[in-house]
Design a protein around this ligand. Structure first.
Ligand code: UD1
Length: 384
């Protein structure tokens, strides 16, 4: 399975591109830095380029500066994927890695995996095997194709192993190692608790107990590119936000559509008095967002990663989608799949708010040591 091209340290080239990649690679990069038998090169494709979607994560997570930034920027799926492929090929040619590491399911993940596989370089996919079985999601296509061309499949939860086996992947390639994103969360939780964000938002005042609040995130095209769906979600969350504020850090795509569909009126940019309603915030850095989620009464989201993070924090989470590629968060966590039908969102929120504030259950191996396990496997396969 190994196709080493070099003598000396094993050369690994890892690729990140969009916000959810950074917290997955950070623990792995930190672990690799402890092993002299690996030489690690980091490539940023530039799929995300805003300070708040990209650079702030590098500084907060202690990620090394990328050796190369491909600066591909935004574009249609085809254009963005093609641009990463064109620009990464000469980089791989130059660095001659023994293996390329890709994480998650964004367009950059797929593009880098395809190029490396065609150059006959081993591909390691971190977060392999997750399936929503919904091929209208671009990420589902990215996941399937990336896994199909990968040599090492590092999996976060048991369902991923079952999916890969069902698709015919060799068991020898599959490694159930746990969740690097949770490594990152557990490592930064204490630091995040020092954030001043909750005081700035007026929910934590000196000498007073924490006030209830919710958190909302939305960025999936299916939810935010359709005016009717987006309006329905905001009206439902508006009802949930009748008694306490719901903070909504807005992704650039969503911000654009709120204005385009004239839906900003369902939200406000500042806290109303009394403090209720949906409050728009800019996208925030990793530590502030972790602090916000860690103390929330409820989180409503269409993100994949936040389903996992709320599970480990024990915070009730409503997922505004009809499917999830992360079933462990439902079976072993705090996540409820509620879809986007407004009445269902409101009633699911009421049930969650009537239930416990914190639920302590988490999937096996989501313990902060996934990166260590991945590096141990890479050593065994590439070094020993
Ligand atoms: C991408 C990922 C998605 C991930 C999400 C997290 C794919 C297919 N999707 O979606 O899986 O959950 O990142 O955010 O890879 N934009 C900016 N600034 C930026 C980047 C983007 O303003 O730094 C705007 C652009 O108008 C762009 C739009 O956001 O067209 C969408 O960006 P894009 O990278 O295409 O996908 P995301 O929706 O961010």
């Amino acid at each position: 399975m190994t196709r080493r091209q070099n003598s000396g340290p094993v050369r690994l080239l890892s690729v990140v591109g969009a916000r959810p990649n950074f917290m997955k690679l950070a623990p792995l990069a930190a672990e690799l830095a402890h092993h002299a038998e690996f030489h690690h090169t980091l490539v940023h494709t530039g799929q995300h380029y805003d300070e708040q979607l990209s650079s702030s994560f590098f500084s907060q997570l202690g990620l090394p500066r990328p050796n190369v930034n491909l600066e591909v920027g935004s574009g249609s799926h085809a254009a963005q994927t093609a641009e990463v492929m064109k620009r990464i090929e000469p980089v791989i040619e130059r660095y001659k890695p023994d293996a390329v590491i890709v994480v998650g399911d964004v367009n950059s993940t797929l593009a880098a995996a395809l190029v490396a596989a065609k150059m006959n370089i081993a591909v390691a996919h971190v977060e392999a095997g997750l399936r929503s079985f919904d091929s209208t999601m671009p990420e589902e296509i990215n996941r399937r194709v990336t896994d199909a061309v990968s040599d090492f499949l590092f999996v976060t939860e048991r369902s991923g192993v079952d999916n890969l086996l069902r698709e015919g992947a060799s068991p020898k390639k599959i490694f159930l190692v746990g969740n690097v994103m949770i490594d990152c969360l557990l490592r930064h939780r204490k630091l995040a608790s020092q954030s001043s964000l909750l005081a700035d938002l007026g929910v934590r005042a000196k000498g007073a107990s924490l006030r209830d609040y919710g958190v909302l995130t939305l960025h999936r095209p299916a939810n935010v590119d359709d005016a009717k769906v987006l309006r329905g979600i905001l009206e439902a969350v508006g009802e949930v936000a009748h008694d306490f504020p719901v903070f909504f850090p807005v992704h650039p795509r969503t911000r654009l559509n709120l204005e385009r569909f004239r839906l900003s009126r369902l939200t406000s940019e500042v806290l109303d008095r009394p403090a209720t309603g949906i409050v728009l915030l800019e996208p925030m850095g990793y530590l502030d967002f972790l602090a916000l989620n860690d103390s929330a009464r409820i989180v409503l989201t269409d993100s994949g990663g936040i389903q996992e993070e709320t599970t480990v924090l024990g915070v009730p989470c409503l997922t505004l989608r009809n499917n999830t590629e992360r079933p462990a968060t439902i079976v072993r966590g705090t996540n409820h799949l509620v879809g986007v039908e407004p009445r269902r969102i409101v009633s699911a929120a009421r049930s969650a708010l009537a239930g416990p504030r914190r639920i302590k259950r988490r999937p096996p191996l989501w313990d902060g040591h996934a990166a260590k396990r991945i590096v141990a496997v890479l050593r065994r396969l590439l070094v020993d």
